[in-house]
Design a protein around this ligand. Structure first.
Ligand SMILES: *[C@@H]1O[C@H](CO)[C@@H](O)[C@H](O)[C@H]1NC(C)=O
Ligand SMILES: *[C@@H]1O[C@H](CO)[C@@H](O)[C@H](O)[C@H]1NC(C)=O
Ligand SMILES: *[C@@H]1O[C@H](CO)[C@@H](O)[C@H](O)[C@H]1NC(C)=O
Ligand SMILES: *[C@@H]1O[C@H](CO)[C@@H](O)[C@H](O)[C@H]1NC(C)=O
Ligand SMILES: *[C@@H]1O[C@H](CO)[C@@H](O)[C@H](O)[C@H]1NC(C)=O
Length: 498
């Protein structure tokens, strides 16, 4: 069964996406729609098909409410102030922000602009206001929650001071009920709570599609990077696209990842020493057998393996590739074989005019990588384990029209690579192709545990024209007007009431 892919509108759609993302004209309530259902059959022209987005079968992204969605509480109705400190890298913090908005909605709380942990990973000071467009964030979520820039002052005994928030370390993946009971009781008692740390502190599976859609509204509409980050990203994407399509690869071949994965044997004794030391300092002790780690798919792909996969799939040396990555561990030695196969390699130093360091380091640097990967025609994560960056991007690309994502199955590929290393080269490419073309390329599919909601928000955040299932019906075109009028009416009631 060979699937059909969209020919004409794909490039146009990407242009629209760039324009929308950069100018801010994001289509919140109805997003363009391209989808695909089916499997691939191995054949040469398939590679050309991969550059395109696919037929939608009537599905399109949509995260507007589909049932009655009352306006958020006003200042006096609010149960209190919610402060959160998001920790981890850029995308882990991004999911935490989405969770914070949902929690504020669940608790009828007023959200204080989330605090980003700036020095946990990267040596930099950026906070929310340095990375995201705050006005856009508040405006986009006005029908959902009330947001303030900082916790208010209170006056007690003639003195003005900041309202103190009661500190709580919420349980990991806390259920909605925890917020409706324990947290609610505290926020009512103290007027404000401070949830810290706040990463993975709300269950991903919530049995309420409206709350899941709110997550998508935050992740895919309200969270927009600041103008300078968007500009750098679109400059890079435009430059790469000037000669045709390009793919992006998230090459997670970095010290922390490799130390975590415990795949040491391919490194020199000196490098192994560094990895083992890092491992000791950051992760629980464990003995690793390289061969076993590899066979269960725990070893990140080496740059050379990524190159071999792409070549086997039929990509040639004219392929333009954007590399999103930190420092490649082992450096040139590992990059050399990859570069020999795919010389047209770029990274975010591509637009280095002015002050490149400003937008290419720390959280802002990750943000640029994130955007360029989002805008690329094909995205390839090389490690989808605890990599929030790759996981969130996969979900984001799905939302932006089921764009092609190639996810190599490391476990299935491992024995094929091992055979090759032992000298059994015949049939290598054919075997790789068989594995690779038997995977999803960004098609809508049911989320199966442990797949994350942030990786796959289908079907909650998608709707289908001529839906077979009523719950998948697209919301009416005037959903925005309805929300606006509810919002205005509520304001009128206060005004006439006061
Ligand atoms: C939040 O407000 C809504 C009304 O808008 C109400 O139905 C709900 O019970 C409130 N929830 C909490 C936790 O206060
Ligand atoms: C709170 O009071 C301090 C001075 O005590 C002032 O600098 C600050 O702007 C006030 N914050 C708010 C949100 O009003
Ligand atoms: C790409 O490969 C072809 C042979 O398939 C070779 O002739 C050409 O020089 C290569 N180009 C680059 C830039 O390496
Ligand atoms: C990015 O590309 C430039 C130029 O090709 C290169 O010098 C630099 O090492 C690359 N940076 C990374 C992190 O790969
Ligand atoms: C908030 O709404 C209530 C009615 O639900 C109203 O009585 C009150 O005056 C409003 N407060 C503000 C500050 O608008």
């Amino acid at each position: 069964m060979l699937l059909r892919r969209h020919r004409g509108p794909a490039r146009l759609w990407v242009a629209v996406a760039v324009a929308a993302l950069v100018t801010g004209a994001i289509l919140l309530w109805s997003s363009s729609c391209i989808g695909l259902l089916g499997t691939y059959r191995v054949q040469d022209s398939v590679v050309n098909e991969l550059w395109r987005t696919a037929d939608s079968d009537g599905w399109r992204a949509s995260s507007a409410p589909r049932t009655y969605w009352p306006p958020p509480p006003n200042e006096s109705e609010s149960n209190g102030y919610l402060r959160v400190r998001c920790n981890g890298g850029l995308t882990q913090q991004r999911s935490a922000i989405c969770n914070a908005v949902v929690v504020a909605r669940i608790m009828n709380a007023t959200l204080v602009l989330p605090e980003l942990d700036t020095n946990s990973f990267w040596d930099d000071e950026s906070g929310f206001v340095d990375i995201y467009d705050v006005r856009h964030f508040i405006k986009t979520l006005k029908y959902d929650i009330r947001i303030v820039m900082s916790i208010p002052n209170i006056t007690a005994q003639g003195k003005t001071k900041k309202l103190r928030a009661y500190k709580i370390d919420p349980p990991r993946d806390a259920p909605v009920t925890w917020y409706r009971t324990t947290a609610l009781e505290k926020i009512r008692k103290y007027g404000a709570i401070y949830l810290t740390p706040f990463s993975h502190r709300l269950a991903e599976e919530i049995d309420d599609p409206e709350l899941q859609r709110l997550r998508c509204r935050v992740n895919y509409h309200a969270l927009r990077f600041k103008a300078n980050i968007m500009k750098t990203s679109s400059d890079i994407a435009n430059k790469l696209r000037s000669e045709g399509h390009f793919m992006s690869i998230h090459l997670r071949f970095e010290l922390d990842m490799l130390a975590y994965a415990g795949c040491f044997d391919i490194f020199t004794p000196k490098e192994q020493e560094i990895l083992i030391k890092y491992r000791k300092e950051h992760f629980p002790e464990k003995t690793f057998v390289y061969r076993e780690r590899r066979l269960i798919g725990k070893c990140p792909l080496t740059p050379e393996e990524v190159g071999l996969i792409l070549r086997a799939m039929g990509f040639d040396n004219t392929t333009k590739i954007y590399l999103a990555s930190g420092k490649i561990f082992g450096g040139k030695r590992f990059m050399k074989p990859f570069k020999a196969m795919f010389p047209r390699l770029e990274n975010h130093s591509l637009v280095g005019t002015g002050k490149p360091e400003e937008n290419t380091r720390g959280l802002a640097g990750s943000a640029v990588d994130y955007m360029v990967c989002l805008l690329s025609d094909i995205f390839i994560p090389t490690y989808d384990g605890p990599s929030n960056f790759a996981n969130n991007l996969m979900g984001h690309r799905l939302y932006y029209g089921f764009q092609t994502t190639i996810t190599p199955n490391r476990k299935t590929l491992a024995p094929i690579f091992m055979d090759r290393e032992e000298g059994h080269v015949s049939g290598f490419e054919k075997r790789v192709r068989q594995v690779m073309f038997n995977t999803q390329f960004g098609a809508p599919h049911k989320r199966i545990h442990p797949e994350s909601f942030y990786t796959n928000s289908w079907p909650e955040c998608f709707c289908q024209t001529k839906a077979r299932n009523h719950a998948d019906d697209c919301p009416p075109d005037n959903v925005n007007d309805v929300l606006e009028s509810q919002f205005q009416n509520k304001r009128k009631i206060y005004r006439s009431g006061s």
